[in-house]
Design a protein. Sequence first.
Length: 261
Amino acid sequence: MSMKHTQLTDDLQERASLYAAGAMTDSERIEYTRHLEEDQCTVCRSEVNELQSAISLLAYTVPSSSPSQTVRVRLLEQARNARPGPEPRQPGLRWFQWSTAAVALASIVVALMLIRSNAELRRMTSELNSRIVQLEVQLANERNRMAMLTSTGVRVVELVGQGTNMQASGRLFWNQQQQRWVVYIRDLPPLPADKSYQLWFVPKSGAPVSAEVFNTASNGSVEIEIPVPPGIGDLGAAAVTTEPAGGLPKPSGAFSLLGAL
C-alpha cells in the first residue's frame, strides 16, 4: 500500500473498518498506519476517521449480534497467533478481559454495519442524482412544450368523438409559426392487436395525409406531437380513423374523432 487512492472502493472500505475496529494483524496494522501517515492518503484517512468516530459513539449501544464468517475467521487467526499466557486467576481480571473482547467484537460489528449502511447510502445518492437529472430534463421539456402551446398564433381545435366513440374527445394545439401539432386524446378505448388508430391531416382540397399511427393507453389517453409537413396545403380538418394494424396510405375505416380547422 504505497500510493494515494483517488476514490473509496469496497476493498478500501473493508480495510479501513478492520483498522478502525482493531481487527488487523500486527503487520497489517503497521503497514496500514504507514500508509495513512507517510502516503497521506486522504481517502483512507477520511474513512478511518468516520468509522472510528461512529464506533466510539455506538460500540456500547449495539445490540447483541454474532459476527459474520469473515470476522469470525479473522478473530480465530488472531487468537492462534497470540502468545499463550497463564490463565488469569483473579475473577476481576478475567471479567475485564471478556469485557474488553466484547467491546472489540461490538466495534467490529458496528464497522461492518457502517460498511453496509455507507454502501446503501451511496447507492441511494447515485439513484437520487440520476432521478434529479431525469426530472430536470422532463421539466425543461415541459417548459418548452408550454412555451410552444402558449405562444402567439396557436390555434386550439376541439376533436369530437364519432360513431361508437361518442364518449371520446381530444384537443389539438396547432402552432402555425412552428408548424407543429400537439394532440391530447382521452376516453378513446385501446384497440386489439390487429387494429390501429390513425390521425390524418385533411386538406380543404385533395386527399387526407397520414399524420400518425397510434394506440391509446389502458385509460384511453394518448399524447401526440408531430410536425405539419410543408406543402400540404390549406388544412380544413383533423381526423382519427380506425384502420388495420400499422395504418394505411388512405383512410378506410370509420371516424373515431373529427375536428374542423
